[in-house]
Ligand binder design. Structure first.
Ligand SMILES: [Zn+2]
Length: 400
């Protein structure tokens, strides 16, 4: 019988194998040269491991070209397992079913009411997961795991949603545990900003990077921080609460109980309040963005001012974490340069020049899908704990 003590040949081999699998899983598909670069393993070792994984049916290898030269791309077999992503938002429920080769096989979104109870929300999610699995032609026992996104901080110790969550009826509920019992599948849960960051890192505007911040501006304001290729959550799970940076001690009272937080100046309720006297009470944030694109001066001014305030928060983030890229998500991101320009102006004004110089501020490329795709990526990144978690690999990944 093979011994498996740390440092033995077989444990080293297994660790290398897991590193290769993880790199391929997080990138979707990689050439053997990219696997070697990303894992630090020699070309010969990678070649041996890929052959072994191919023989066992775990990966598939296809001819491709890389930089004009012929290469072989490695991706996980479509039969290797199914992952499910569920994203609960302020007004929507979105579910996606994908495989480990990064193909989204079925995806659907439906509106939900903000006052929906947790039980009703889970009923809807359960029904949608069942339907999409059927649509994709897979039985529930093929599902390796479920990623669940919720719009609020998750307490690391209890798994419960914090009191500042956007869904008021959900406070104190442990959504991961609840859903795992209902579905009979392992569930990994995280907040929407972290999942947006993971989604853009694996599928979108952050591909190939290892340090970025995803800032979601919608009803609330939050950030997902990727440091060294991993989501940084902090010991309590509340890292990235950029919306609660104090801008004005005498400012409006925030839902967190503090005053003058960034969120009280750029959250959708505040922005809509500024425009309700001139444009009426039925306005939505997407509506404001559309009017701004059409040239409405009031909407443009409100969006530009929000951008300047967000930029103040981004400048602080830059000075602390020095990310390579800040990706803007949420409804406000659709304003494009109308909001990105003022964000960049504030960063240039308030961040340390050396931190700002390397930074690019861009809109997300996944739109409203960032969180649900991030939920799929969460399952892939939590699949095993060995090896360098979430190591960033330069990759040429097929778009979802
Ligand atoms: Zn606050």
């Amino acid at each position: 019988m093979a011994t498996d003590t740390p440092g033995s040949q077989s444990s080293l081999h297994r660790a290398n194998l897991e590193r290769v699998l993880r790199a391929v899983r997080m990138a979707g598909s990689l050439t053997q040269a990219e696997i070697a670069r990303g894992t630090g393993l020699s070309a010969a070792t990678v070649s041996n491991i890929v052959r072994e994984l191919k023989e066992s049916g775990t990966v598939v290898v296809a001819d491709t070209s890389s930089g004009g030269r012929r290469a072989r791309s490695v991706s996980l077999s479509g039969d290797a397992g199914i992952v499910v992503g569920i994203d609960f938002g302020h007004t929507h429920l979105r579910v996606a079913v994908g495989n480990l080769a990064h193909r989204v096989l079925a995806e659907e979104s439906e509106p939900i009411d903000v006052d929906v109870s947790a039980a009703q929300g889970f009923d809807r999610a359960e029904a949608l997961v069942d339907r999409l699995l059927q649509q994709a032609g897979f039985r529930p026992d093929k599902v390796i795991g479920v990623g669940l996104g919720v719009p609020g901080p998750i307490d690391v110790e209890t798994g419960a949603l914090g009191s500042t969550a956007i869904l008021p009826g959900w406070t104190g509920i442990a959504p991961g545990r609840e859903l795992a019992e209902r579905l009979g599948m392992p569930v990994h849960v995280d907040n929407d900003a972290n999942l947006g960051a993971l989604g853009e890192l694996v599928w979108g505007a952050g591909r190939g990077l290892s340090d970025l911040a995803y800032i979601k501006v919608a009803s609330g304001v939050g950030a997902g921080l990727v440091v060294n290729g991993q989501i940084y959550r902090g010991p309590g799970g509340t890292a990235g609460e950029i919306g609660h940076i104090t801008l004005d001690e005498a400012g409006p009272v925030c839902r967190c109980g503090n005053r003058g937080c960034l969120e009280t100046f750029v959250g959708s309720r505040y922005l809509l309040g500024l425009l309700s006297t001139t444009l009426g009470p039925d306005l939505s944030l997407p509506g404001v963005v559309e009017l701004a694109h059409q040239g409405d001066l009031g909407c443009r001014r409100v969006i530009a001012d929000a951008g300047r305030q967000i930029g103040t928060g981004v400048a602080t983030l830059c000075n602390l974490l020095n990310p390579r890229r800040v990706i803007l998500g949420g409804d406000l991101a659709d304003a494009g340069e109308l909001v990105l320009g003022p964000i960049r102006d504030s960063v240039a004004r308030y961040a340390i020049p050396s931190a700002a110089r390397q930074l690019s501020v861009v809109p997300g490329t996944l739109g409203g899908r960032a969180e649900v795709l991030g939920a799929l990526a969460l399952v892939m990144s939590e699949m095993d704990d060995s090896g360098p978690v979430g190591r960033s690999v330069q990759a040429s990944v097929a778009r979802p």
